[in-house]
Design a protein around this ligand. Structure first.
Ligand SMILES: C[S@@+](CC[C@H](N)C(=O)[O-])C[C@H]1O[C@@H](n2cnc3c(N)ncnc32)[C@H](O)[C@@H]1O
Length: 213
């Protein structure tokens, strides 16, 4: 953890991914969630870090919304697509644990459908690192495939790489242990997708986190 590890699964399918998902959002509610996040970030000082940015569509949307966003991803092949499509933007090869280490002030973090690929114990560790790095009030938006079952995250048969679904309450509780305070959440369901999907907006709270990683 805390280092770039590559992402063999996404490296292998980056071309297919880019043609399958030519736009940022599959469902309108996702766009609204990101728009609400962008509004909360406003003119906070620093960069908005898109962790697990993939082919960069959401990073680009945030820049279009006036934010100083950059993307990080461990998959070199996904970043190749991002850099080709958005040559004016900044993309860094880095995983969730290392993403913040070389950066200056952080205005906010967004991590959509990327932390699901971390083993649950690693998620706790990463949230602890983020919490230690962020100033009070910093917004963090996390999106993930969700579960309706309380308890441990569920390993599921993601098409590309190992992935875990979380009950939103469990993810929110882990964020709370690591010094984040929940602002809102959206859980949406669509007949075209087999799982609920969650967007969870939190901010770094005042005070010291109980680091769980
Ligand atoms: C489903 S894509 C989501 C891309 C983008 N966030 C979006 O919303 O369109 C998941 C991305 O997470 C990245 N990822 C996998 N493991 C990661 C890790 N340990 N840290 C950060 N990103 C990771 C993958 O390389 C992939 O680009």
């Amino acid at each position: 953890m805390g280092r770039v590890t590559g992402q063999q699964g996404y490296d292998a399918i980056a071309d297919i991914y880019a043609s399958t998902f030519p736009t940022a959002y599959q469902f309108p509610i996702e766009r609204h969630a990101v728009a609400a996040f962008a509004e909360v970030v406003g003119d906070r000082e620093g960069v908005v870090v898109d962790v697990g940015c993939g082919v960069g569509h959401v990073t680009a949307d945030l820049v279009d919304r006036g934010l100083a966003a950059l993307g990080c991803d461990p998959s070199a092949a996904m970043l190749d697509h991002a850099r080709r499509q958005y040559p004016e933007l900044t993309f860094i090869e880095s995983d969730a644990g290392a993403a913040l280490s070389a950066l200056g002030p952080i205005a906010a973090i967004i991590a959509r459908f990327s932390l699901v690929h971390l083993e649950p114990a690693s998620v706790a560790h990463v949230l602890g690192l983020w919490s230690a790095r962020l100033t009070a009030g910093t917004p963090v938006l996390i999106a993930f495939q969700a579960s309706d079952e309380r308890g441990a995250p569920i390993l599921f048969d993601h098409a590309v790489a190992p992935a875990w679904r979380w009950h939103p309450d469990e993810f929110a509780a882990l964020l709370g242990l690591n010094g984040f305070h929940e602002d809102w959440r959206i859980v949406h369901r669509d007949n075209s997708y087999r799982f609920p999907m969650a967007h969870l907006l939190v901010h770094r709270a005042l005070g010291t986190a109980l680091v769980t990683g």
